[in-house]
Write a protein of this length. Structure first.
Lengths: 247, 328
């Protein structure tokens, strides 16, 4: 599905990615973990074309997507959500989903109403999956943080992605809400079995519960790449990521 | 009810026919009422409304741009382009048809503006506004210098015909008014339908969050370029109709204060309703007309105070009086 080969990225003296080699298989649920500044979000940004690697290449199903811009990469089936939800603040929740559908639509129309029944039905179905129906007519700028996060992810799903990147889906959400929220997300994604999911996460309990594979970053390098129980028990991960061992 | 649907720009659901049927009915009703009302109006009022509708078309173009998050301070360029195109074709080619000249003005303005669109679409905010202003002032400078276009005095054009019919003296004002109102109604309907379409929603998304639009596979630049072309067409159409109503064209059509007035009207009307733009244009023309009669040297003061009051109490423009917050 996704292959990163020899990917390097520096910001002046800061090494954000150093010889990253990863192959991700279709349908995997991969968690990217690491302390702040470890290079997780940089890696996500390079996959989506927001940042270009200094060296190396990234392939999606054999196609080199390294030189492409975010729009073209999205059109190839890569969608993402953001650490800070990127929404259309003055529109309603329903209109956000419809607008998301419209963005990728091959048949943008000048005269067919945006809220025609077919698109609206699809939007309602998606809102249902993310338990957002009760908020559908509320303006996004009035929504609480957790709901905004869910909407951000729901919008990413409108492009029917082959690869979905979730950047800290539970950050900024209270501890009580994290688990139910992640369950809602994973239940909603459960209907997209063929979608490969990469999620950046800091909460190791959530990682252990929802990932099928864990990739741990430290200073732009991969220090572990294994099943959750193996990766989370790794000495380097315990030292540099979870902080269980003193340095 | 039908009238309300056209005026308020709600987010329609249902079929294309159901949604647009109401808008078409409303537009027909408004257009017919205005045309009939013109029969009983004094000549000064039909002229004032003709100019208001022509200018309103230019501001309608600015509203189209505003909905995608940019404002042009240089619509005087397309206003002048449309006016000069219609006037030159009238005088040099001998084609005198009112409707044909109006749409020709729109088309020529669009053709002049579109080559700049790819460059302008890279900029936002004040940079977009200033670049458009710069283009209009370049045009103003050229028009002032070119003697073949009448230089600073401009030039006159005669009375237009309508589908081969030579307009009689007593009716020319009313017929120009009628055609202008009908064209303005048609354009308002078209823009209203555009606002309700999937492309219309996409432009609101662009205004709200360009980054997200790109990450959902949408093209922000294509939206801005397309809206710039529509705004140019509206501006050219308005310029041609204004020139034909006035019987005169001059470089001031492209001057920055003229562009400023179009922005003024767009802000006054707000971006949520197409009707409010024409209403705002009419109010501005009325204030200008009466103020210049009663206190000729300070009518801009009256206009400025009026805008301050609107911004203070109706920050979303006159349209906010009937468009509730949160609707598209």
């Amino acid at each position: 599905m996704l292959q990163a080969t020899g990917v390097c990225k520096k910001f002046d003296a800061v090494v954000a990615a150093e010889d990253i080699n990863i192959e991700i298989l279709t349908g995997e649920r991969v968690s990217l973990i690491g302390s702040n500044g470890a290079g997780k979000t940089t890696f996500v940004n390079m996959i989506t074309g927001y940042l270009k690697p200094d060296k190396g290449k990234i392939q999606l199903q054999g196609l080199d997507i390294t030189p492409l811009n975010p729009r073209l990469i999205t059109r190839l089936g890569v969608a993402r959500s953001f650490q800070i939800p990127q929404l259309f603040g003055e529109l309603t929740v329903l209109d956000n989903i419809i607008a998301a559908h419209v963005c990728l639509s091959a048949s943008l129309s000048f005269w067919r109403p945006a809220r025609e029944s077919n698109t609206t039905q699809r939007a309602h179905a998606l809102l249902e999956r993310f338990s957002l129906q009760e908020h559908r007519n509320r303006r996004v700028s009035e929504l609480p943080g957790g709901v905004r996060k869910l909407l951000d992810i729901a919008m990413a799903l409108t492009v029917s992605p082959k690869l979905l990147l979730l950047d800290e889906p539970t950050s900024g959400v209270s501890a009580d809400e994290k688990f139910p929220m992640m369950k809602t997300i994973m239940d909603a994604l459960g209907q997209e079995q063929s979608t490969t999911v990469l999620f950046v996460e800091h909460d190791m309990e959530i990682v252990a519960a929802h990932a099928s594979r864990v990739i741990a970053f430290y200073s732009g390098r991969i220090i572990a790449d294994a099943a959750p129980e193996v990766a989370l028990a790794n000495e380097d991960v315990r030292r540099y990521v979870t902080g269980e061992l003193l340095i | 009810m039908a009238l309300v649907s056209f005026v308020t720009s709600p987010g329609h659901s249902g079929t294309t026919f159901q949604s647009h049927g109401k808008a078409v009915l409303s537009a027909t009703l408004i257009g017919t009422l205005l045309v009939l009302a013109g029969l009983g109006m004094p000549k000064w009022l039909t002229f004032l409304l003709t100019v208001a509708a022509a200018n309103g078309l230019v501001s309608l173009g600015i509203v189209v741009l505003m909905r995608s998050g940019v404002v042009s301070f240089g619509q005087g360029l397309v206003f002048a382009a449309g006016g000069y195109a219609a006037a030159l074709v009238f005088n040099k080619v001998g084609f005198h048809d009112l409707i044909g000249l109006a749409f020709l003005g729109g088309l020529i303005a669009c053709l002049i503006a579109v080559p700049f669109a790819p460059l302008l679409s890279r900029y936002r905010g004040i940079f977009f506004a200033m670049l458009t202003l710069a283009l209009s002032m370049v045009a103003y400078g050229l028009l002032m210098k070119l003697e073949m276009l009448g230089g600073s005095d401009g030039f006159n054009l005669g009375r237009p015909t309508l589908l081969g019919w030579n307009l009689p003296d007593q009716q020319v004002g009313y017929i120009v008014y009628t055609v202008t109102i009908l064209i303005a109604t048609l354009m308002a309907l078209g823009v209203h339908i555009y606002f309700q379409s999937s492309r219309g929603l996409l432009m609101l998304a662009v205004r709200e969050n360009e980054l997200r639009v790109e990450y959902l596979g949408g093209s922000v630049r294509s939206v801005v370029i397309f809206n710039f072309a529509i705004a140019a067409f509206c501006g050219g159409l308005g310029g041609a109709l204004a020139a034909l109503a006035l019987g005169h064209i001059e470089p001031n059509f492209s001057y920055w204060t003229t562009s400023g007035e179009f922005v003024f009207v767009a802000i006054l009307g707000g971006w949520q309703s197409v009707i409010s733009v024409f209403l705002a244009s009419t109010i501005v023309e009325l204030v200008r007309s009466f103020s210049s009669s009663y206190f000729p040297n300070s009518w801009q003061l009256a206009l400025g105070i009026f805008l301050l009051v609107v911004i203070r109490f109706l920050p979303r423009g006159i349209g906010a009086l009937w468009v509730k917050e949160g609707t598209r």
